[in-house]
Design a protein around this ligand. Structure first.
Ligand code: ASP
Length: 588
């Protein structure tokens, strides 16, 4: 037997037991004649001690151990002289009688402890060493726990886990596809799925009315902290359901994940907000509702006072930052520069300080009387001591900028505590989004999303204004300013699906070539159906209180989409290319 216990297991109640442990040497140090060794495995750390009076050979082996050596030790559990209340095993140590070196290690390139001294690049290159660190082990353990919760809950609700193919057909809409050449069909390519969307709908046609899959999806997009070229979805679909049924089912799943993995109760039922309200009051379709600081429109209040900047725009809006009236000139200048950065994109920032003494100080004092400033402040729900921040321009664009500013101020004010959870559903999205650039509509969610039944009349209209008014039967699950999931009730009728492709400017032939299989399937008795998918990596990160998903993925890629550990992507040799009948012409 390699071990009788793990390194996280022994307590004072085990005192006197003879045990065998195996693990990695985190560190060893000499103190007086004694040698102390921290032995680590994924369950914890146990302190080992070799007494000065131990046989010389044992002392010698103990002192020769390097970091990350793999050893097996036998000894007796004893009470510690100086206890460490921060460690679960901190009351005991194991007094060692024998050490067996199972494997040596070269000196690792960074410290493998709670906090490492290694930079991101070096840790990525030696990911298997980084994965030995407790924070990453906790992250992967949380991921495992959540996956189990998902399976238990959905299995309990009669869902079947069914796999769908990875080698499918390229139908780019939205993100770019990753493609894979087919050797047996020269010149032809598979695409890796951006999601199993069409397959899960075909499973509904096939009668598997409750489907789920924890599944890898692939999108060739530019990467950010919360994006990876391959990521995991909890993908679900149900038949004979309306929006209400889907929301209830998956609210239940989230509730049980929060409860069982974190011990957190989330509201029952969850709040719901229309997309229009989310945009108007939070400037985002994924509002962070852990705090207020809502956006208020003040166009009517500020126009017609001779301030040409406000008079010439569609929309003027503001937020009130609590307790920030004391911002100095320098701080306000810095904030103005901040909103002018390309990432925010404002032209300038107007402020009103609501001083504690009831007076107002504004960058546009010249145009507004104190009473008018008080009127604006009250419209924005600002109190004495608050700072009103005003932006103006085209409506949605300005709201979005105010939304970004709101998040920034909320962060500065400490309102964005990762241990506070404020989930909600966003509903009533527009079905279509007009692109000025391309002169066509795009599906806001995806082309399989059904219009709200009461809006179907506009869906069949040829007028752009009518089509813009159509709301989708779609919903997003949002947590703390992050979209964790989304889905919709689907189109299940071949004619309506063809109409959708027509609205999206996808010609009959193209629709037939790309999506003929699904339009055709809908002709064979497709049931009404709907579903959603959660971004599992993001779920894990947010449950773990982190913004970046990388720690929750065992082997992630870097910002350039590279796996620097295995050095991929990489060139392939000429024989492989020949077999595939592919020539590359990479420009230097
Ligand atoms: N397939 C969709 C997505 O990946 C989710 C859904 O509609 O179920 O966004």
């Amino acid at each position: 037997m390699y071990r009788t216990h793990t390194c996280g297991e022994l307590r004072l109640s085990d005192q006197g037991k003879k045990v065998t442990l195996a693990g990695w040497v985190q560190k060893s140090r000499k103190l007086g004649g004694m040698t102390f060794i921290d032995l680590r495995d994924r369950y914890g750390i146990t302190q080992l001690v070799v007494d000065a009076a131990a046989p010389a050979e044992l002392v010698e082996t103990a002192t020769s151990l390097g970091r990350e050596f793999v050893i097996q030790v036998t000894g007796t559990v004893v009470e510690r002289q100086s206890k460490n209340s921060k460690m679960p095993t901190g009351d005991i140590e194991v007094s060692i009688e024998s050490i067996n070196i199972l494997n040596k290690s070269v000196t690792p390139p960074f410290t493998i402890e709670e906090e490492s001294d290694g930079g991101e690049d070096i840790r990525a290159k030696y990911r298997y060493l980084d994965l030995r660190r407790p924070p990453l082990q906790r992250a992967l353990a949380l991921r495992h726990r959540l996956a189990q919760e998902v399976r238990t809950y959905l299995d309990g609700q009669g869902f079947m886990e069914i796999e769908t193919p990875y080698l499918i057909k390229s139908t780019p809409e939205g993100a770019r596809d990753f493609v894979v050449p087919s050797r047996m069909n020269p010149g032809q390519f598979y695409a890796l799925p951006q999601s199993p969307q069409t397959f899960k709908q075909l499973l509904m046609v096939a009668g598997y009315d409750r489907y789920f899959q924890i599944v890898r999806c692939f999108r060739d997009e530019d990467l950010r902290a919360d994006r990876q070229p391959e990521f995991t979805q909890i993908d679900c679909e149900m038949s004979f359901v309306e929006q209400e049924d889907v929301l209830n089912m998956f609210e239940g799943m989230m509730r049980s994940m929060f409860k069982n993995a974190l011990g957190v109760d989330i509201p029952d039922p969850l709040p719901r907000m229309s997309w229009y309200d989310a945009m108007d009051y939070y400037g985002s379709d994924k509002p962070d509702v852990r705090f207020g600081m809502k956006i208020h429109e003040i166009t009517d209040k500020v126009q017609g006072h001779g301030f040409s900047v406000f008079d010439s725009v569609e929309y003027v809006g503001a937020i009130a930052a609590p307790g920030c009236a004391g911002y100095t000139r320098k701080e306000l200048d810095a904030l103005t520069e901040w909103v002018k950065r390309p990432q925010v994109g404002a032209k300038g920032l107007v402020y009103i300080k609501c001083n504690e003494d009831g007076t107002f100080k504004s960058s546009v004092d010249k145009f507004y009387s104190p009473e008018e400033l008080a009127g604006i402040a009250s419209a924005v729900e600002a109190k004495a001591g608050d700072l009103v921040l005003v932006l103006c321009g085209p409506k949605r664009k300005t709201q979005t900028m105010l939304g970004v500013l709101r998040i920034e101020m909320g962060g500065r004010l400490g309102y964005r505590d990762p241990k506070v959870f404020a989930p909600l559903w966003i509903v009533d999205f527009p079905l279509l989004e007009w692109s000025e650039e391309d002169g066509r509509f795009y599906a806001m969610h995806h082309p399989f999303t059904a219009p709200k039944p009461e809006h179907e009349k506009w869906f069949y209209s040829d007028k752009k204004e009518d089509l813009e008014r159509v709301c989708a039967n779609a919903y997003d699950f949002v947590l703390n300013g992050t979209e964790l999931g989304g889905g919709s009730i689907r189109i299940h009728n071949a004619d309506m699906q063809s109409r959708m492709f027509e609205v999206l400017g996808i010609g009959k032939e193209e629709a037939e070539y790309k999506f003929g299989f699904i339009i055709n399937a809908f002709k064979f008795g497709a049931p009404p159906h709907g579903g959603l998918a959660f971004g599992f990596d993001r779920v894990c990160a947010l449950f773990g209180g982190q913004e970046t998903i990388r720690d929750y993925i065992a082997f992630p890629k870097n910002n350039q989409g590279r796996d620097v550990m295995i050095d991929s992507p990489s060139l392939i040799d000429d024989t492989q290319l020949e077999e595939l009948q592919i020539k590359t012409c990479v420009k230097e």
